[in-house]
Design a protein around this ligand. Sequence first.
Ligand code: CP
Ligand code: NVA
Length: 303
Amino acid sequence: MARHFLALHDYNKAELDGMLTLARELKEKQQQGVPHRLLDGKALAMIFEKSSTRTRISFEVGMFQLGGHGLFISNRDSQIGRGEPIRDTARVMSRYCDGVMIRTFGQEIVDEFARYASVPVINGLTDLFHPCQIMADLLTVVEHKGAYEGLKFAWVGDGNNMANTWIEAAAIFGFDLALACPAGYRPDQAVLAWADAKAPGRIIVTDDPKAAVRDADVLNTDVWASMGQESEQKERERAFAGYCLDDALLALAKPDAVVLHCLPAHRGEEISDSVIEGKNSVVWDEAENRLHVQKAIMATLMK
Ligand code: CP
Ligand code: NVA
């Protein structure tokens, strides 16, 4: 049975820490030009039902650096977009490829794909979770802060796929997380209930951005309208007024707090230009770390 990477909750802390350690080793090797062809001759299918810059490039380049090959498959020019069933696609791709990465809408789509696939399946973002991104974010925090233990993490904005994955991460890794989300845009209730049962009291949800960011070590936000929610842009702009991660909010966090954003960012909406370009921002390191973390995930699952 193949082991998949669909959500952080399928893994324990030791396993995820192991992937972060491997990511650091692979990053060092890459930077020193030391070959690390852990997936020599292997192929990863990369299915995109939504747009991507970082995820596509980092998986494809990552496979290349590991000695394998990544194939970009969009729903527009494959039979997926013409309605070929997920379970058929999963079985066929498993006969050609050594792993599959999927970016799609419902989490149930990646779950079904994984049920029928005989090779590892990696979640490259769903409406519910973005686990590869949060692993890259944690690697970035460890690089800048030395460790994630004992830090206060804050989330400002939509209770979306990123927020849900942070909630799982806080419960599994064991750090404090305060999320500020307006009414109607809170994180997934089932995810919150799962995390609260696993790590009671670690995660706080408020509608007050100031309370969430106060004395935080790590600040994080994301777009107000995620992919698939474009038609809600205007009503979301109204709902999220006051939830811009700007200099005034940043001033309430610890002076050496780091600012994360998974990107793409909308300056002037969820984050100000001054904050994303400012001295606390580590967003470019964060984007780079997608590559190193995903190489570690692929090497762990596919070797
Ligand atoms: N952060 C992220 O997943 O970026 P892309 O949508 O460009 O892949
Ligand atoms: N929440 C955003 C993340 C993009 C990487 C979205 O789902 O569109």
